[in-house]
Design a protein around this ligand. Structure first.
Ligand code: KMH
Ligand code: ZN
Length: 271
């Protein structure tokens, strides 16, 4: 589907970074809420959310998700999308726990993969469990595709009626162990979608800008944010999530894709 308006998702924290790698990483609930608000003011309508514990480590603790969610909602209107991926090694019980807070959206990764030196486990029973908890809590899944085989699982689950025909897909390209962030791969993946599917691309690291520009040109949507890319340009760290969002919004404007508001994002995704 060619969309005129461009949905920008901002992944503000992630689970892999720390302040030694990236000194401006938001970690406390207030810092994360401020980063989300700034990203929304710059054009993001979806906030992909991971949270951190009091020591700055990734956590799926329900209380922390609740606190951060409430702080974000007090600052701005946006669609909050919880991570159910957590960090590699997070148990399934922990990964699904925050869904009881009924966020509008949450991620659903469609298969197990190497994740750098680690394994990001998403066996079929894991996927089915996360999906059931999402359905029980009226949470819209965003299907995360990191590798080609995950498309097979997605298509099978759609055939079986487990995932609705109209779902939103996020291609996360560039994780070591996953699919490379190339134009050919993006075209290959999007060719497999039905015409009425909406999709986003998250190009990691230095692929962020080329994947962004191609998604805009192809009628897809874009994910940006510090979780995906800590550099603004070569040898220059991004100063904030909003700096990255602003650049995507500027490019989209030049390319004739006005940035989607939160309300139009809900319309486009049938939320
Ligand atoms: N941190 C990765 C292991 C998601 O948010 O659902 C998983 C991840 C995907 O970031
Ligand atoms: Zn994530």
């Amino acid at each position: 589907m060619i969309n005129k308006e461009l949905i920008i998702t901002c992944a503000v924290v992630g689970a892999e970074l720390n302040r030694e790698i990236y000194p401006y990483l938001p970690v406390t609930p207030d810092e994360i809420a401020i980063a989300a608000e700034e990203a929304v003011n710059a054009g993001a309508s979806i906030i992909h959310l991971h949270v951190r514990d009091e020591n700055g480590f990734p956590t799926q603790n329900v209380d922390v998700f609740e606190e951060v969610t409430s702080k974000i909602k007090n600052r701005c209107d946006c669609i909050i999308q919880y991570s159910t991926g957590g960090a590699v090694g997070t148990s399934l019980v922990e990964r699904s726990a925050p869904l009881i807070l009924k966020p509008e959206m949450a991620t659903l990764t469609m298969g197990t993969m190497n994740f750098g030196a680690d394994i990001f486990e998403n066996s079929l029973p894991t996927i089915e469990h996360l999906l059931k908890v999402m359905n029980d809590n009226s949470v819209m899944p965003e299907v995360e595709i990191f590798d080609c085989g995950m498309m097979e699982t997605l298509e099978e689950m759609v055939r079986q009626g487990q995932i609705q025909k109209h779902h939103h897909v996020d291609f996360v390209l560039g994780v070591p162990g996953g699919m490379a962030p190339t134009i050919k791969n993006l075209v290959f993946l999007t060719d497999r979608l039905a015409n009425n599917q909406t999709w986003t691309v998250a190009g990691l690291g230095k692929a962020h800008l080329p994947m962004t520009m191609h998604a805009i040109a192809m009628g897809g949507h874009v994910r940006t944010g510090i979780e995906d890319n800590i550099y603004y340009k070569k040898n220059e760290l991004a100063r904030s999530n909003s700096q990255l969002v602003s650049r995507v919004a500027r490019i989209a404007g030049e390319m004739g894709r006005p940035v989607a508001t939160v309300e139009s994002t809900r319309d486009i995704l049938s939320l």
